[in-house]
Design a binder for this molecule. Sequence first.
Ligand SMILES: CCCCCCCCCC(=O)SCCNC(=O)CCNC(=O)[C@H](O)C(C)(C)COP(=O)(O)OP(=O)(O)OC[C@H]1O[C@@H](n2cnc3c(N)ncnc32)[C@H](O)[C@@H]1OP(=O)(O)O
Length: 142
Amino acid sequence: MCGGCRNRGRCRLGLGEITIIGDAAHAPVRCAPHFQAGPNVAHGGWTAAMFDDIIGRSLTQRGLRTVTGNLTVDFFNPVPVGEAMIVEVVTESRAGRRWTMQAMLRLERDPSPLARAIGVWVERREGHFERHEAAMRDYRAR
Ligand SMILES: CCCCCCCCCC(=O)SCCNC(=O)CCNC(=O)[C@H](O)C(C)(C)COP(=O)(O)OP(=O)(O)OC[C@H]1O[C@@H](n2cnc3c(N)ncnc32)[C@H](O)[C@@H]1OP(=O)(O)O
């Protein structure tokens, strides 16, 4: 679970446990009603955040310490609110610290993709978050 939900013990995005199979992964997801945009349709930001979290956590579960470098989402069809869906993640390639990942969102019982994400995750250098904290301390002291 991400840092925002860990203490609550519940993923507010509605994302389930990730299963890793080799360099691929899948997870059950369900868009919560508070992320509705159009009638019974998920906000595009939910879909992007869901992909970001699932792909990032799938890498974490594989023992990799990464951050999202970039993320592009193609929206093929409206994403329903409250419906059981599946995200499937594959590793496209790796070059040095860069991991190119792709993921698909679909309904639980239908193989047609609703949305696709492609992006690059970069393995963090040691002290990544400490450097960020120090930079923010400097900024606030200005
Ligand atoms: C346990 C809980 C787990 C929860 C997971 C939740 C998932 C959520 C994931 C996120 O949302 S992370 C938050 C959003 N992302 C960020 O905050 C990242 C902000 N960016 C950075 O901190 C730095 O730009 C970054 C660490 C990505 C790179 O800085 P570095 O100084 O470490 O690396 P450098 O600039 O030397 O680049 C290393 C390689 O990555 C490549 N790279 C850097 N930035 C990139 C980028 N933005 N897109 C694609 N590639 C990138 C760069 O070209 C280079 O490739 P090569 O090695 O092939 O030359």
